[in-house]
Structures are given as C-alpha cells and as structure tokens.
Design a protein around this ligand. Structure first.
Ligand code: ARG
Length: 581
C-alpha cells in the first residue's frame, strides 16, 4: 500500500502531467503539512513555481491541477487559496483505512525500496594506538543511524570501519614497545594506549638515537620484517579490543568483520599511482606526483593539488582513499559511497570525489556523499576538554552518562532497583548521549550539556523513552495485550485524534527522507512532534474509560501504533526503549 503522502504525490504528478505535459510530470509538487488547520491537512505549492516556468497564472494552473483528476476517494475537500496554494483535507474514512493498514503491518508502512542498492557506509574509523575520544563519537553514532535506516529500507549495507592502522607513527611505537621488553607475539601489556603514544612521542622528540631506530622500524614494517610486523599487529589487536568494547557499550552495529583499515589497501597503492599516471592525470611538483582535480583553486587562485605520492615514494591518506573507493565500487559493487567524518575533511572528500569521477573510477550512476558534522563543544563554546586540558575519553563519558541517568531514576522512581535499574540507567544514559548527537542539524557544532540531554522535557531521548513508557502503562493497567486488538477498529472522532493520526502516517515519508538526505535529525524531530501530539491526544481523549467499546478499541489501536512508531523510530536511531523508568 502506498503511504498517504505518496498517494497524494502520485496523484499530483498525474494531474501535472495532464495540465502541463509529460515533460513536467516529474516536477516536485512541493507538498507540505499545512501550518494551520483552516488550510486543510496538506498543501501543495507547485503552482507558483511551475506557473512561472510555463507562463500560466498560478491560480489558474492550481485550479486546472485540481480539476484534472479525481480526489474523491482520498480527500473530502481540495481548495485553491491565496496566490495558488492547493489545500487538501483528507476524508476521515481514508485516514482510518490508512491507519488500519499501518497497524496490520509489522513494518509500520515503511515499504522496502523498489530497487535495493549496495551502499558502503564508512564510519567511526578511529586511529590505532590512540584512545577513541569524543570526536569519534559523532561519526560512530551518526553513521550507525544512517546504516540502520538504509538497511531497514532493504538496501545492502556494507559497513566499513576505515581505521587508521598504518603510517610512520608506528615506527616510534614499535621501537618503544621493543625497548620496554614487549616480546613479539605476546599480547600487549599496556593498559593505556594513549599514554603509550605520548611516551613514545616524547622519546622520539628528545632522543636522537631513539628517533633513528624508530625510522628504521618504519622501513622494517613496510618491508614485512617479522618482529616489526608482530609488534604492529599486537598494537592493532589491542586497539580493536578497545574499540569493540566501546561499540558494544554504545549498542552500535559495528563488528570485527567491518574493520577494514588503511593497511588493507597498501598493496594496491602502487597500482593506483600507475593507473593515474597512465590516464595522464599526474603532474610533477618538487619530486611528488600530484593530481589536480578540476575546479579546485587555493586562495591565490592557483590549481589545488592532491599529492598521491611523496618525493620519498611514500603514499598518503588521499592515495589510500582513492584505492579504497575504487575497491568499494569495483569489488564490493557499491552504488553509493557514504563517508561520515567531521567537516574539517570537506575539502579532502570534495577533491577525492572529483578525482574519482575524472579517473572514471566512479561512474555517473554511483552516488558519492560526504556526511560532514560539526564539533562537540563544552558549555564555554570551546572544543570539549577535561579540566586538565586533555581530550575527553569516551569510556569515561559513557560511564558518566549511565551514572547520571541512574541518579535521576533513583529520584524519579525509587521502586526500581537492582539489575533492572541498572538496565534502565544504561538505556537512558547511553540513549541520551546518542540522541544529543543526532537531534541537532549535524553540520552545526553542538554543545555538550549533561542536564540538557538528560532532561525529561524537550527534544531528548528520555522524553521519548518516557512517552513510550506512558503508552505502554495503559496496556499494563488495562491488562490488555495489544496484539489482540482488532487492527481495523480505527474511527477517528476528535481533532486531537486526527492530529495524532496525521503524525503517525508521516512515518514512512520521514524514514525515506532520512535515507535520502542522510539527516537523522529529521527523524528525531518527527518523533518529538509525535510524542507531543500523543500527549495532547491523551489529555483530550479518555482511552481506558472511553465508555463505548468501539471508541475504546479505536483509541487503544492509536496508542499501540504510537508506541510502535516511537520504539521503531528510536531503534532506527540505535536507541533502546524500556518498559518502566
Ligand atoms: N581515521 C580518520 C580520522 O580519524 C577518518 C577516516 C575516514 N574515512 C576515510 N575513508 N577517509 O580522521
């Protein structure tokens, strides 16, 4: 069954085709929920823009669109207003029918994509031998939500954790480990990788003999010398264990099998350079080989280049990304490449994409998307740091989120205790943290504020989780199993029921919009509006005490649908729900 917005859109497309000709059939009808009830449920603004394009007065065009097709089965009223707005008011019976269809559908009206794609989502991608910090949190959480949404729509999602597991910094780490008695082949004996990194770096800067030996280790590692390789592997394994612990705690769907670090592409790099060379795309600059993708200029208006091989023969981050993208398209069969990193890498990806097109490695049909996001700031609006000035560590942040949630629950619901309270605290604390990352426009910096993210009011995870708990408590109180409700029992009577119904029916279109725009905040905003509509409905419409059985049943189905959409929407964001809190 086509969802409600799709139904209107299809019919508008047919009407536009009839009135303006086939070449305009694909015009966006600019359909929006109406801002005010007196303008109906939805409005289409297409007549203004299309009228201008084809030289017909918008009002006249709007009227022609309205009379071109029949709306009777869907709308009780279709009106032209103002300069050429088309206002739609649905027939209540049509809404009832749509809701019944949604209630009977385990997918809640979200249809699987007609032509599923293979989508590679590159996210999290922290660096080996460094702790994951708060900056990696955003990529992990946003990327995971995007991957979940695409997967739910039936696409084949390939998660790629492009960890930084290669580079000259491993020379000093290997040398430092060797000197501190680490045996090749043993499991790593360091508790804190960040400390190891700092210590090795200090030594490297202070001690010339150490530095020389460290550089020697880089050559060894590249040549596959066994001791260097074993120590490097031990570092990578230890880091992966650390990352996996954080992922498990966060409830993100990244496993060991999704790790494909930079080192994986090492052996492809010489070929990448040779192929670019053969295409005539590389130029010489002070001994380095450089690619100048069309359209990029620096502040002095000189062509901006991407170095793919350094003068000393070394390769760079960009070379690896060229190899990785080519691999993802040619070998993994990707139709769409998505990269989730902070916005400081905007230029890197813009140049990478241009280079991939120019080389013909990304055919026109393959969609290339960078999903940038802003920084995490402290309340002082400066990059978040601890009091001692170091980067905030992710495992400490997770602990604090759960502890704070636990204190709030202890206060709000003293009856909840033991392992159950722990479970609830985990869901609320981690959920609040993730939601704070997802609910704002991702491109903006966001201010890390515990009180705000854990508030039970406003656009927060606890507010939504609590709305879910409140709906579910109706069924507990009434001793009703929602699965026994007659799904077709819906009959909307009150305005606040109608509002709630219109919200619920938006769900499929919102999920589709997130998959297209890769903006999870749209789903957050929708869930928040849904919870708000539900509270208004609940204030105005008695449910368990509705009297008449038909009315009571209808309202119970609305309640159940609300709970399912809230839980389903939160799940797409990677956030859990609880039955009590
Ligand atoms: N490791 C990189 C960093 O921490 C992110 C990698 C993103 N993915 C990519 N294919 N470049 O900045």
């Amino acid at each position: 069954m086509a969802h409600l917005i799709q139904t209107l859109q299809d019919r508008l497309a047919a009407a536009i085709e009839r009135v303006a000709g086939a070449e305009h059939a694909g015009t966006d009808p600019l359909l929006r929920p109406s801002a005010q009830p007196r303008f109906g449920d939805y409005q289409a603004n297409v007549a203004m823009s299309l009228g201008k394009a084809i030289g017909t007065p918008p009002r006249k065009l709007a009227e022609a669109i309205v009379t071109a097709v029949s709306w009777d089965d869907v709308c009780e009223k279709v009106e032209v207003a103002g300069p050429g707005f088309i206002n739609f008011t649905f027939r209540t019976a049509f809404l009832d029918e749509q809701l019944a269809g949604m209630a009977a559908d385990p997918r809640l009206g979200v249809a699987a994509a007609a032509s599923p794609q293979t989508v590679v989502v590159d996210y999290s991608s922290p660096n080996v031998a460094k702790q994951m910090h708060i900056g990696h949190l955003r990529s992990t959480i946003i990327g995971d939500a995007i991957a979940r949404v695409l997967e739910h729509l039936g696409h084949r999602v390939i998660r790629q954790n492009h960890i930084g597991d290669w580079g000259t910094q491993f020379g000093m780490l290997i040398e430092y480990l060797a000197q501190s008695g680490q045996e090749a082949g043993d499991e790593l004996k360091v508790a804190d990788l960040e400390q190891l990194y700092r210590a090795a770096q200090q030594r490297y800067e202070a001690d010339e003999t150490f530095a020389a030996r460290a550089r020697r280790r880089v050559v060894d590692l590249q040549a596959g010398e066994p001791t260097a390789v074993k120590l490097w592997k031990a570092l990578v394994e230890e880091s992966k264990r650390h990352f996996a612990g954080v992922y498990r705690r966060l409830g993100v769907l990244l496993g060991d099998e999704d790790v494909r670090g930079e080192s994986f592409y090492n052996e492809m790099l010489p070929q990448v350079v040779r192929d670019l060379e053969a295409l005539g795309l590389l130029h010489e600059s002070e001994g380095a080989r450089v690619l100048y993708p069309p359209g990029f200029r620096n502040a002095e208006s000189e062509p901006l280049g991407m170095i793919v091989r350094k003068r000393d023969g070394g390769y760079l981050y960009a070379t690896t990304d060229l190899a990785a993208a080519r691999y993802r398209i040619a070998t993994l069969g990707a139709d769409r490449l998505i990269y989730v990193t902070d916005s400081r890498q905007n230029q890197h990806f813009a140049m990478l994409f241009a280079a991939l097109r120019e080389a013909g490695w990304a055919p026109a049909g393959v969609r290339l998307e960078h999903v940038p996001f802003g920084m995490v700031l402290g309340k002082d609006r400066r990059p978040l740091k601890t009091r001692s000035g170091r980067n905030v560590r992710l495992d400490e942040v997770l602990d604090e989120a759960v502890e704070r949630a636990d204190r709030i629950i202890a206060r709000k619901n003293p009856d909840l205790a033991g392992p159950q309270r722990r479970e609830v605290a985990e869901a609320i604390g981690i959920g609040a943290l993730k939601y704070a990352d997802l609910s704002g426009q991702r491109i903006k910096d966001y201010i890390f504020d515990w009180d705000q993210m854990l508030a039970f009011d406003g656009n927060t995870a606890p507010y939504l989780q609590n709305a879910y708990v409140r709906v579910r408590s109706i069924f507990r109180k009434g001793e009703i199993d929602p699965r026994t409700l007659p799904a077709g029992a819906i009959g909307i009577a009150q305005p606040s029921e109608r509002d709630l119904a219109l919200r619920l029916l938006q769900f499929p279109a919102i999920v589709a919009a997130v998959a297209d725009s890769l903006e999870p905040h749209r789903l957050c905003g929708f869930l928040y509006d849904l919870a708000t509509a539900y509270h208004r409905f609940y204030e105005n419409c008695p449910v368990l005490s509705a009297g008449e059985p038909a009315l009571r049943n209808s309202r119970l189905v609305l309640c159940d649908l609300t709970a399912r959409v809230l839980a389903g929407g939160l799940e797409l964001l990677g956030i859990g729900t609880v039955e009590q809190m």
